[in-house]
Design a protein around this ligand. Structure first.
Ligand SMILES: Nc1ncnc2c1ncn2[C@@H]1O[C@H](COP(=O)(O)OP(=O)(O)OP(=O)(O)O)[C@@H](O)[C@H]1O
Length: 664
């Protein structure tokens, strides 16, 4: 959406006020975050300020007070939107000097632009009067003046747009970085369940917000300046015309608001539905191979068609409503082509004014009407803007709530209570010991699945301690909480009680059940989660790590360490698991947590991988079903139906015993 500045052409050509078809912000805004099996069902409470506009607006007054009237509710809604807007918009302008400088330039150019518009209105008046009085000399002179003003006006317009766009871009850069930082901190990206499509909000909604806010501000400014300057002109020509104008504009605004009030909710829905559609398509692309194996395209097609239908149906409602508003808007805009002339014509016929004054009054009328009709002319874009603010505010509020809660809970204690107000069952205390150590202890750990609705007890009162370099194998039937125990060790799952003492996160290295390959080069993937620049590994060190995990041919096959590919697609599962071990090796970590990290590898390569980790002297906690894993661990923890059993692995068992027999 762009809020156009008033053009000088409308001053020069009095009868024309073109109906601007506003380019609409793309509605295809969102892609849903993939569901993650590890994600706790954590509910994030967002402020009452940030609600879905479709949801009933609750009256938060205390019981006993009289019910809120319609007018009060509307006032509250406007106040709410305004407060959300200022909370999103103001920090940038307060924090950045450069931003204030940029804005000053744009505002100065806006004034200049409006000044030239007024000048045009006078040039135009004399031009038409010269034509009307057949004064050729004056006519050509006015044409020359027009060209001169045009020459001066062009750079003003060009620079106005230039500074405005630059300003919006810098703002977008600043606010996106800020929100992204909040999103990436405090594991918000993992825990923020209640907010849909955060990716779309960060990438697109913030962009629209900055561009549209700035454009709206400038449109309001231009309107205010025009209102003052052109009202003076109009009033001096014919005060009655001015009064008619006020009545005309306020009636139009009121009727548009009444007819189109459903548009905000519909626009909000449209954003959601378009994003759902896009997410369906992205999932299909991401899982193309599995779908192809299943011949699942029909089923996928049906699901995507369902999403498309939802988007189309809602859009159809939007179009229907636009039609209703359109009747009013079109009539409203075209009527002004003759209305002012019609009203001043008697004075012209009576010889009280010149033709130039008629055209000038029409131009002034159009200008002012445009200023007063902001709501009528931009209703659709304004309603989209309102919906966008709601979505953004909801998101930012949720991020801030999460961070505040974290700070409140953690305080300055080294002991981190990660319960975050989870309630009656208390919470698991994660005690991270800073520095290089390889000690791990779990005391009286009772672990539940996340969420307060029917959580399931997975582990009951578990205690164990691993001394540096000790190796524990966790096994048990599927779905009995093995991976969940690792989630608790990482501080991801906190529902329950007990104390976990472990090194801080830089000393813990997790190899998840599903390998993860980051976007970027092979080098990026090897040093992950560190950054290539800070990790500072030589090529030789990286090649050696690849060699150790038997991937030495990978760089030459893929085009070198800096080759970029979709590694999750181009590497086999076994190769990805080996890549994880190369990372582990490079990290030189003290405690390795391996969740079925060798499930796709042959027994021989599994041996090589474990020998590599043993060589690091790391404390190891592994989860796995394979009997061969017994050979690399000293103790075994069996989990089943909430119970557990901890035992030493004897040498005989290490050599020979099949793990299934241990827990079947
Ligand atoms: N986000 C979640 N919310 C609620 N329950 C969950 C969630 N994620 C997993 N669970 C449930 O927690 C239970 C334990 O899961 P977990 O992944 O720990 O099993 P596991 O023992 O590692 O299984 P497997 O051997 O099949 O990998 C399962 O019943 C699972 O369905």
């Amino acid at each position: 959406m762009r809020f156009q500045s008033v053009t000088f052409i409308s001053s020069f050509t009095p009868s024309l006020h073109s109906i601007q078809s506003l380019s609409r912000a793309s509605l295809d805004r969102r892609s849903k975050r993939p569901q993650n099996a590890f994600r706790p069902n954590r509910r994030v409470t967002t402020s009452s300020l940030a609600q879905d506009p479709n949801s009933e607006q609750k009256d938060n007054r205390k019981p006993g007070l009289p019910e809120e009237t319609d007018a009060e509710r509307k006032r509250r809604e406007i106040g709410r939107l305004f407060s959300l807007f200022s909370r999103l918009a103001l920090p940038y302008w307060k924090a950045e000097k450069q931003a204030r400088r940029d804005l000053t330039s744009v505002v100065a150019l806006t004034f200049l632009q409006s000044g030239i518009s007024v000048l045009f209105s006078f040039v135009s008046r004399d031009f038409w009067t010269a034509l009307n009085t057949k004064n050729a000399e004056l006519f050509y002179h006015q044409a020359e003046v027009f060209c001169a003003v045009l020459l001066a006006f062009t750079p003003v317009i060009v620079y106005y747009h230039y500074f405005r766009d630059k300003c919006a871009l810098r703002w977008r850069d600043w606010i996106t970085n800020r929100v992204l930082k909040q999103y990436c901190s405090n594991r918000n990206f993992y825990t923020l369940e209640a907010v849909d499509n955060p990716d779309q909000r960060i990438a697109q909604d913030l962009n629209s917000f900055t561009t549209e806010s700035l454009a709206l501000f400038l449109t309001l400014l231009v309107s205010a300046i025009d209102l003052v300057s052109f009202s003076t002109i109009l009033f001096s020509i014919y005060p009655y015309l001015f009064a008619v104008l006020l009545v005309y504009a306020s009636t139009g605004t009121y009727l548009t608001a009444v007819l189109g009030k459903r548009l905000i909710g519909l626009n909000y829905n449209q954003i959601v539905r378009e994003a759902d559609l896009r997410y369906g398509l992205i999932r299909m692309r991401e899982n193309a191979e599995s779908i192809a194996f299943f011949n699942g395209e029909k089923r996928e097609n049906a699901e995507i068609t369902r999403r498309l239908k939802a988007a189309i149906e809602n859009m159809s409602d939007v179009i229907d409503l636009r039609r209703q508003v359109g009747f009013l808007q079109t009539g409203y805009k075209y009527a002004v082509r003759i209305l002012p002339a019609f009203l001043v014509a008697p004075r012209y016929f009576a010889g009280a004014i010149e033709l130039g004054s008629v055209t000038q009054s029409m131009s002034a009328f159009s200008h002012i009407l445009d200023d007063l009709s902001l709501v009528v002319n931009r209703f659709d874009s304004l309603s989209q803007f309102g919906a966008g603010i709601d979505r953004l505010a909801q998101f930012v509020q949720a991020l801030e709530d999460n961070i505040e809660e974290e700070q409140r809970t953690f305080g300055t204690n080294s002991e981190k209570n990660l319960t975050r107000g989870r309630g009656h069952r208390g919470g698991i205390v994660l005690n991270e010991i800073p520095g290089r150590n390889r000690f791990l202890s779990v005391q009286n750990l009772t672990l539940y699945t996340p969420g307060d609705d029917m959580p399931r007890k997975l582990i009951d009162n578990l205690s164990f301690t691993l001394t540096p370099g000790e190796r524990l194998l966790v096994c048990g039937p599927s779905g009995n909480g093995k991976s969940s125990l690792l989630r608790a060790l990482a501080g991801l799952w906190t529902n329950g009680s007990g104390i976990i003492t472990c090194p801080d996160h830089s000393e813990l290295f997790f190899l998840p059940q599903k390998p993860y390959c980051t976007l970027g080069s092979l080098r990026d993937n090897l040093v992950y989660p560190k950054d290539v620049k800070t990790a500072n590994f030589t090529d030789a060190a990286l090649l050696r790590a690849l060699d150790l995990v038997e991937l030495s041919e990978l760089p030459s096959r893929m085009g070198g360490l800096d080759a970029v590919a979709d590694w999750g697609d181009v590497l086999s599962l076994g190769e990805q698991q080996r890549l994880q071990f190369a990372r582990l090796f490079l990290s030189g970590t003290g405690v390795a947590i391996i969740d079925e990290g060798t499930s796709a590898l042959s027994v021989q390569i599994e041996k090589a991988m474990y020998e590599l980790v043993l060589g690091l002297g790391a404390t190891i906690v592994s989860v796995g079903h394979r009997p061969t894993l017994l050979g690399y661990h000293e103790r075994i923890l069996r989990l089943w139906e909430g119970s557990w059993e901890l035992a030493d692995i004897t040498q005989a068992e290490r050599d020979d015993v099949v793990m299934q027999t241990l827990y079947s």
